[in-house]
Ligand binder design. Sequence first.
Ligand code: HEC
Length: 154
Amino acid sequence: MKKAYVFLALAGLLVCHARAESNISEKQVEIMNKLLATYTQQAKVEFKEEKGRGAVSDKPFTAAEGRRFYLVRRTWQSGDFTCSGCHTDDPKKVGQHIETKAPIKPLAPSVNPDRFIDAQKVEANFTSHCMDLHDRDCRAHEKGNLITYLMSVK
Ligand code: HEC
């Protein structure tokens, strides 16, 4: 009897988990997991290299770190030079380009099925936005945290 309860509880957990993930398409989960695997490897290499600018760490990626990175304001710049400056504080919302004022479709994969389906496009956007904001490309650990955060946004 007890075993049956445990089984039901486990099954319930699995169902909840599957539901929570369901807004993000299989394709997005596949691409994002691939990116995470690549960034995990790269982060290990960067951690051993001479320390340059940007965060390096050999710790697992966390959504909280990704959220912090998404919101962090560069002190050497004036204005809203943050990822959230264009993509808004809530990545589920439609953003607005800080210069051109053009609308930007939401970044969160849970509300935008067109995001994170092309690894090359993701990399290109990371590089250009990181150059704009940090004057350097982002570190693998920063990218991994950000992807982890965006995957957690329901
Ligand atoms: C100046 C405005 C602006 C800022 C600041 C900005 N972005 Fe973007 N971002 C855009 C626009 C515009 C697009 C949409 C490009 C498209 O889909 O055609 C985009 C798309 C992306 C994508 C592509 C996702 C996909 O698969 O479609 C990623 C990843 C991204 N941004 C990450 C970031 C990160 C990380 C930061 C902060 C370091 C950042 N962005 C800051 C304007 C900005």
